[in-house]
Design a protein around this ligand. Structure first.
Ligand code: ATP
Ligand code: MG
Length: 752
């Protein structure tokens, strides 16, 4: 009797395509192969599963090479009517069993995951029917009695309950933000108004977050329709006030599923008419459409796709017939598993609440940060601030940027200035960091003076790395006194934190320093204590990944090894994450060190791979990975040892990493953190207390720590936090690039 095929995993993409699906696919395939489990790609979604034949292809390690930078899904996706019928699912089960597949990774939206769940429940019945038909043997049934499934959510809408981000949402948000930046500049030139329609049938995520990061003035989303019936009047009133205050552009973002209180759809065309008729404006409509969906995935979608694809296979291999099917998602920057059925149910509940016009419930289901974002947009987008309360104590707060420039610094400054003024206080801007504080380079900035800053890279206030020496402290104390500064917001990197700590520690000698001080982490290096992510690091990662894509394309007919050097000071965050997101064979970190033995092993692997026919190897190296084994040393070593087999090229990325317009994520975080910092300064100053603090994101929450804790958390020798969460991801980089894995093709697969 012929033995049944060994157990295997199937993976498919289904429903709407989303950038980042390929990263997930690649991770699924490679993780399965590293466990010596066969893995089939099912082309064209459920349609391929029903069709069988060539649509199910056994994948090798190299079949998923070079796909991470591609948009969409390389194995195709489809909507499949046949799979909605029992007949279709019966055929699909037969096709899977012929290949021994009884474990599925489904990458899709709520519909696709519902289909998978149904299929799993029906599986035993389908098998019984196939046996009765004589299509499969009892033995096959016994071997594959259960179907295990795991879901990954691919959807640009970010409309899935339980995960902070779905695959593709970050990329779509970048497209929208870039479009809004571009539209703003042309709108401002002609003093035009624009209505921009973005995707999102039941989910206002893209519209709302896009509007905040793109600095739009009004937003219409499905979950929270305008509160009044005559919403047109309210919108026009706010936009007219903006014009009167000197705003040159007016932008309204409309989600495609936007509606009014009564459930009637609000179209972008309708909004255009209203603006034209009531305001007499020259209004243009831009419907972003499929541009939002297409193109190369962002760094985040690549590394997140990789992590959750990897976790999906681990979950599947550990599943027992009794285990509940899970969705793998991201929560608070970590991979998380969630019960699939419950999440699909909650996801649908939002759509149902909207359909039932229960908007409070819809907003409730979306969660706290969604509501917070909605409120922030309303304040920041105001034409003019609220007037100070009569008799209110008006504080003088100051803000500065220090350390190396980081994308998002201007966004934070803008938010701090506007939110401070809106609370009735004065906000002073210090030029050129602590240098400016020493020299008294200070001016008051008004509401409109920061308009457009949210989108600008670099630092408009100017920044310097100057950490004040002892003789400078006297000058700083004088500046604080002469300008009557009652609270100081320090936005920046390591040098900024060090300087703030210095002032804080010198309070005994200089009474002027007894004002509240708070530091906001802004550094592409992501090396600051108290925060898992600092502002600017996400943008830098995108810049690196984009450049690495180009470097890879530049490899021609020769076999080539690229050694790419990235920034980070002594912190390996950029090196590791860009390695994950660009599929590097190896990353070199200072945290791990580099030994000659490592280099020798890497060389041996590389030679082996090139001999097997590989054409390109990518090594990413932190700038200070090792003081002696420098980038040029490593290149020379590889070049010499590679002889005629391959060539080596260095690429030192340099300052392009510090530049660029901030990513939507950096803009949102900068805004959130700055809002919280301003609140802190006001609270402290109002109770005449003078806390020194630093703020950060930890486990998804904003946390404020005392400057007293700095020495405990910071590794002052290497200018980085003592604990770094992302170091745990190192094994995945290795696994995804394990050299010599091609051999797996010729080894028989073991049973599960
Ligand atoms: P998105 O909405 O993000 O585009 P989705 O996965 O929700 O993605 P759908 O069109 O709802 O997209 O579903 C994709 C495919 O999944 C359907 O064409 C169908 O083949 C299958 N499917 C969806 N719902 C079911 C169901 N209830 N039973 C069986 N199959 C289903
Ligand atoms: Mg759907």
């Amino acid at each position: 009797m012929a033995s049944a095929p060994p157990k295997a995993i199937g993976v498919l993409t289904s429903g709407g395509d989303a950038p980042g699906m390929n990263a997930a696919l690649r991770a699924v395939v490679r993780t399965a192969l590293s466990h010596r489990v066969a893995v089939y790609a099912i082309y064209e979604g459920y349609q391929g599963m029903v069709d069988g034949g060539e649509r199910l292809r056994c994948m090798t390690w190299n079949d998923v090479s070079g796909i991470m930078q591609c948009g969409g899904t390389v194995i195709g996706t489809a909507r499949c009517a046949a799979f909605r019928t029992r007949e279709g699912r019966l055929q699909a089960a037969k096709n899977l069993l012929e290949r021994g597949i009884d474990r599925l990774v489904v990458i899709g939206g709520d519909g696709s995951l519902t289909g998978a769940h149904l299929f799993r429940q029906e599986w035993p019945d389908l098998l019984a029917e196939l046996v009765a038909q004589g299509a499969i043997s009892q033995e096959t049934t016994a071997q594959h009695a259960h179907l295990a499934i795991v879901g990954l959510v691919g959807s640009i809408d970010n409309d899935f309950y339980g995960t902070d981000m779905t695959i593709g949402a970050d990329t779509a948000l970048q497209r929208i933000t870039t479009a809004l930046d571009q539209i703003s500049s042309t709108a401002a030139s002609h003093q035009r108004s624009f209505v921009v329609e973005v995707m999102g049938r039941n989910c206002g995520y893209l519209a709302l977050i896009g509007a905040i990061s793109g600095g739009a003035d009004w937003v219409l989303i499905p979950e929270s329709p305008p509160e009044t019936d005559d919403w047109e009047a309210k919108m026009c009133e706010v936009l007219a006030a903006g014009r009167a205050a000197g705003r040159r552009d007016s932008i309204v973002v409309v989600a495609e599923g936007a509606r009014d209180r009564n459930g009637n759809p609000i179209s972008s065309e309708q909004v255009r008419k209203v603006l034209e008729e009531r305001l007499g404006e020259d209004v243009r409509v831009t419907i972003l459409g499929h541009i939002q969906r297409g193109g190369a995935p962002s760094a985040f979608d690549r590394w997140m796709g990789t992590l959750i694809g990897h976790a999906a296979v681990e979950e599947l291999l550990a599943a027992t017939p009794e285990s509940e099917p899970q969705v793998i998602g991201m929560r608070y920057n970590r991979v998380t598993r969630l019960p699939l059925v419950e999440c699909v149910r909650q996801t649908r509940a939002v759509a149902e609440a909207i359909a039932a016009r229960d908007y409070d419930r819809a907003m409730e289901l979306r969660g706290g940060s969604f509501k917070e974002a909605f409120r922030t947009l309303r304040t920041l987008g105001r034409a003019l601030p609220h007037a100070p309360q009569p008799g209110q104590r008006r504080l003088q707060l100051a803000v500065l940027t220090a350390g190396a420039p980081a994308p998002g610094m201007n966004t934070a400054v803008r938010a701090a200035i506007r939110l401070g003024i809106d609370r009735g206080h004065r906000v002073l801007a210090v030029r050129n960091g602590f240098e400016g504080l020493i020299r008294g380079q200070i001016e008051e900035l008004g509401w409109m003076s920061v308009s457009g800053w949210a989108a600008m890279g670099g630092s408009r206030l100017g920044t310097s790395r100057k950490v004040p020496g002892d003789p400078d402290l006297y000058a700083i104390a004088r500046t604080i006194e002469t300008h009557g500064i009652e609270g100081l917001l320090v936005i920046g990197g390591w040098a900024a934190y060090e300087a703030a700590y210095k002032l804080y520690s010198a309070r005994g000698t200089f009474p002027a320093f007894n004002v509240p001080i708070i530091c906001l982490p802004a550094s592409i290096d992501n090396n600051l204590p108290g925060s898992e992510l600092s502002i600017g690091a996400g943008t830098a990662l995108n810049s690196i990944v984009e450049v690495v894509d180009k470097i890879k394309q530049s490899a021609g007919a020769d076999r080539r090894c690229f050694v790419v050097e990235v920034m980070g000071n002594y912190c390996g965050y950029l090196a590791l994450m860009s390695g994950l997101a660009s599929g590097a064979e190896r990353v070199y970190l200072h945290e791990e060190g580099v030994t000659l033995h490592d280099l020798q092993a890497d060389l041996t692997n590389m030679i082996h791979d090139f001999q097997q026919g590989k054409r390109l190897t990518l090594m990413i190296r932190n700038e200070h990975a090792n003081p002696l084994y420098t980038t040029s040393f490593m290149c020379a070593l590889f070049e010499q040892e590679g002889q005629n087999l391959f060539e080596v090229r260095p690429a030192i990325l340099g300052h392009l990493q510090q530049g660029g317009d901030p990513s939507p994520f950096d803009r949102i975080q900068a805004t959130r953190l700055a809002a919280r910092c301003v609140e802190f300064l006001i609270e402290e100053a109002e109770k005449s207390s003078s806390g020194g603090a630093f703020i950060g994101m930890q486990g998804g929450h904003i946390e404020i720590l005392s400057l007293e804790d700095m020495p405990r958390l910071a590794d002052t020798a290497y200018l980085r936090p003592k604990e770094q969460w992302w170091l745990d991801l190192r094994p995945i980089v290795r696994l995804m690039s394990q050299p010599g894995m091609e051999q797996i093709q010729s080894t028989p697969f073991g049973d599960l």
